[in-house]
Ligand binder design. Sequence first.
Ligand SMILES: O=C(O)CCC(=O)C(=O)O
Ligand SMILES: [Fe+2]
Length: 347
Amino acid sequence: MESFQLANESSPLSLTPNFILPEHKRPHLSEVKYLDSIPIIDLSYCDGNNPSSLEVIHKISKACEEFGFFQIVNHGVPDQVCTKMMKAITNFFELAPEEREHLSSTDNTKNVRLFNYYLQVDGGEKVKLWSECSAHPWYPIDDIIQLLPEKIGTQYREAFTEYAKEVGSLVRRLLSLISIGLGLEEDCLLKKLGEQPRQRAQSNFYPPCLDPELTMGLNEHTDLNALTVLLQSEVSGLQVNKDGKWISIPCIPNAFVINLADQIEVLSNGRYKSVLHRAVTNNVQPRISMAMFYGPNPETIIGPIHELIDEEHPPKYRNYHFSKFLEEFFNQEGTRRIVKEVFELPC
Ligand SMILES: O=C(O)CCC(=O)C(=O)O
Ligand SMILES: [Fe+2]
């Protein structure tokens, strides 16, 4: 790949000191585990109340308790819909910097924006992360299309419209399987997350880096929404924290990585986990991922679901408007965010 230039920079990306993390923030790649990974769940025979569905629900429930993450195969989203989406994102990040720079903004209240994460390290200095991210809502798609150069606008519109429709159905299906796994009515989580959900897409581009040990693509974080459906290119880089150790997530063609985010941890009263994950860089190939975030509307009240509270399981979190959660999340920009903990009740 030719050298990459971040949209908000004036020269091609290189490993200058403002990208180099202090020792204790580095990925320490030699300590990462490559063998045990998150469960891979086949959704082929999972519809209605047949015995194989119950088995799948059980696997999902176990994965949600133990890992907060799983991959799904045979999920019903046609391969070509995913391929087209990946191609459109690739073309987007291949635009010349001057064709993307008008999208670049540090204002995190902007609906559509291109940005580069940073980490505030000791002494207040900002270290940039080795990635560029583009975020926009699922609907209306015109919010982003009108800002894209004509030559990729049509392609992006077609790819994303189809992709968002498919992922939307998949999310509803997953939310019902997860609800059943929690012993709830199948539409419980969908209803709790409410009308007009906050649905945002984020594509992440990680250019190759000369020394992946010195940089991070995305710093460790949990997702702030309820459920994330992640599509990744055929290059690994995603790592999930399990019992304090980082494990690498293998790339499986046409699979999705599903991760539970903070609002499901709260709704499930801590039974299902929203787990720390991060993306590391590599020195060979660029990597692309797209996260489809599904969360509540800012006006929605989130708190542990009544049916999941009893004497043995007292509420772990207080109820809050999701807007308060968002406010706290954005206030912690640049740090290793600790957001859901702010809403925890004393035990
Ligand atoms: O690139 C990845 O695999 C992870 C992306 C991610 O965690 C996110 O966008 O929240
Ligand atoms: Fe994430």
